[in-house]
Design a protein around this ligand. Structure first.
Ligand code: DC
Length: 224
């Protein structure tokens, strides 16, 4: 169900493009809700790993996604009674998320949960298919990207800061593989939505990217 009166800013882009940081800050600035849709795929992946569900068992994976006992509180994420904010950021979980995200039944199972985030006064949603599939009538659509090298460097810093080990060559290889998987899958592939503004942040700070998105949003609102 679409609720057109509640504005949505859809920010899509490849992994480690910085869209999470940008989307989160834009939401804070506007006082909007924030949906990190990747976290839902990561939660499903973590749940599958924990329950030892085979990645070939599409039916069982979709069931996990449908009944995901997740809760978001500020920037903290819970799976049942466990705070999994850090656990879902591990590379193994991200890679598994990318694999199960190619399964139509898993994607379908997560649609209702995502639409439920659209609440007044507005929503900033980040992911791969926010502007193409989940919120095709979004008020503003942004495709946020950066070179694979810039993204690998950012991911490297993030992982080290969070106390995970990281290797630049492995990260580059993983990012390329994940990009290919996210972009070439048959269902909801990663691609700019029609009418999306393209924002290449390779040589931009997060603050500059946030300001650009806010400028675009102000312009759209003015013409609405
Ligand atoms: O944005 P992220 O790295 O946290 O996302 C993890 C994986 O989830 C990513 O490899 C692809 C998938 N994903 C997706 O298919 N659709 C979305 N809307 C968000 C994420």
């Amino acid at each position: 169900m679409q609720t057109p009166s509640i504005p949505v800013i859809a920010i899509d882009g490849p992994t480690a493009s910085g869209k999470g940081t940008v989307a989160h800050r834009v939401a804070l600035q506007l006082g909007f809700h924030y949906l990190d849709s990747g976290a839902l795929y990561r939660l499903t992946a973590l749940s599958a790993i924990r329950h030892q569900v085979l990645l070939t068992d599409e039916h069982a994976l979709a069931k996990l996604a449908e009944k995901l006992p997740c809760r978001f509180s500020g920037d903290q994420v819970w799976l049942a009674n466990e705070n999994v904010t850090s656990a879902i950021r591990a590379e193994e979980v991200g890679n598994t998320a990318s694999k199960i995200a190619a399964l139509p039944t898993v994607r379908h199972a997560l649609v209702g949960l995502q639409l439920g985030f659209r609440m007044p006064p507005g929503l900033v949603a980040d992911g791969r298919d926010m502007g193409t599939v989940i919120f095709p009538h979004a008020t503003l659509k942004v495709f946020l990207t950066a070179s694979v090298e810039a993204r690998a460097e950012r991911r490297y810093k993030q992982l080290i800061d969070k106390g995970f080990s990281a290797n630049m060559q492995d990260l580059l290889k993983d990012l390329r593989e994940r990009d290919a998987r996210d972009s070439n899958r048959a269902i909801a592939p990663l691609k700019p939505a029609e009418g999306a503004h393209i924002l290449d942040t390779s040589h931009m700070t997060a603050d500059e990217a946030v300001e650009q998105v806010l400028r675009w949003y102000a312009a759209v609102k003015k013409h609405a």
